[in-house]
Ligand binder design. Structure first.
Ligand SMILES: Nc1nc2c(ncn2[C@@H]2O[C@H](COP(=O)(O)OP(=O)(O)OP(=O)(O)O)[C@@H](O)[C@H]2O)c(=O)[nH]1
Length: 346
């Protein structure tokens, strides 16, 4: 749920949030919903089998109900859904095969929803693998009980259901990926946008790998308004695109570039302490000053640099880098300022 949603709507869904108000992932909610829906679907049959005295079938049904309840509680509390998704699918498939083995072909209808459900909670290739193994086991279970033509009908329909579900899940996954990339891309310069920067910063804040220190650079074009006023907005756009290209050339592939605002960019210098980030910033400043981002008009940039200290919040890193950027502007522009110590500019 985004921060821009109305407060009343956020309040209504607050009960669904994870520990500490954490927003739940879609996969978590789908897994819990699947388990929750399966309980009322299986429980009446379990009770019926109990009343009939079919103890083994009743035990299988009840074991599924208890396992699904346990998964809901665990995922609700911990938010860990990946291993749970795999176990739910394996457990369900095993339960379905035992049921078909015990009660015969009339129970084969359970195979279809069970196999489809796997594609909701697992990667398509994993779901297809588990379902293929289940189908092979089921053929072994049924081969002596059915005429070949009936068995073939079951196998072909199950195979088709899997094929269609696989194609659908794979295509949806690709579309999601494309959407995700588009949503986080700045359409003018093709670097990450502000949303991508926010996500990367909060991911970094949560990573616990102290050997991977990083720094944040905030860059702003100097007197850009003059360029727009004098040469027009289209020429200003071209200068922004050229600046983004220059930044790509002067950074490592592990560094991340973002457009933070109109004529302001951010770079996450991965693996760079403050000294390395200061050198990078100075190199960039000098490269921009020497480059021709616009014919007939020299363009310069100012840069503020901050260390991404894990004891502080992403908002602090941004505020510190912004403060340094302001200091660089105050120092006359075409300059670099680094948090805690002044760094030479022009
Ligand atoms: N061409 C173009 N201009 C933009 C874009 N986004 C913001 N701007 C312009 O960038 C200019 C920013 O102006 P200011 O904030 O006054 O900053 P400045 O003129 O660069 O001055 P200093 O930052 O103080 O050096 C404004 O004229 C905006 O219209 C964009 O996508 N394309």
């Amino acid at each position: 749920m985004s921060a821009s949603e109305p407060a009343s709507k956020r309040r209504r869904w607050r009960w669904l949030a994870g520990a500490g108000g954490r927003q739940r992932r879609q996969e978590e909610v789908i897994l819990m919903m699947l388990c929750a829906l399966s309980i009322p679907s299986i429980l009446p049959f379990g009770i019926y089998r109990l009343l009939q005295g079919s103890w083994i079938s009743a035990a299988v049904d009840m074991a599924l109900v208890i396992a699904m309840s346990a998964v809901i509680v665990d995922v609700w509390r911990t938010g860990r859904y990946q291993t749970a998704s795999l176990w739910v699918t394996i457990f369900y498939s095993a339960g379905m095969l035992v049921t078909v083995y015990l009660r015969g072909v009339s129970l084969v209808y359970w195979v279809y929803p069970t196999m489809i459900a796997a594609y909701f909670v697992l990667r398509p290739s994993v779901a297809l693998t588990i379902n293929s193994v289940s189908l092979a086991v089921m053929v072994v279970v049924l081969v002596a009980k059915l005429e070949v033509v009936n068995l073939a009908t079951i196998v072909v329909t199950i195979a088709l259901i899997n094929l269609f579900a696989y194609i659908f899940a794979y295509r949806t996954g690709l579309q999601n990926k494309e959407l995700h990339t588009a949503v986080e891309l700045d359409f003018l310069t093709a670097v990450g946008n502000r949303r991508a920067l926010d996500r990367r910063l909060s991911e970094y804040a949560q990573e616990r790998r102290p050997q991977l220190e990083s720094s944040l650079l905030l860059l702003d074009l100097d007197h850009f308004k003059l360029i727009n006023d004098q040469y027009g907005h289209a020429a200003g756009d071209k200068a922004l695109v050229r600046l983004a290209e220059l930044m790509r050339r002067h950074t490592r592939s592990s560094d991340r570039i973002f457009r933070y605002g109109g004529e302001e960019f951010a770079i996450i210098a991965t693996g760079a302490g403050l000294n390395a980030a200061a050198s990078l910033a100075e190199g960039l400043r000098a490269a921009v000053a020497a480059a021709t981002l616009m014919e007939g008009h020299p363009i310069t940039i100012s840069i503020g640099v901050a260390y991404m200290d894990k004891d502080r919040e992403p908002a602090d890193w941004l505020a510190q880098a912004d403060k340094m950027l302001y200091a660089a502007k105050q120092a006359g522009r075409n300059a670099v300022r680094v948090a805690e110590s002044s760094y030479g500019g022009a």
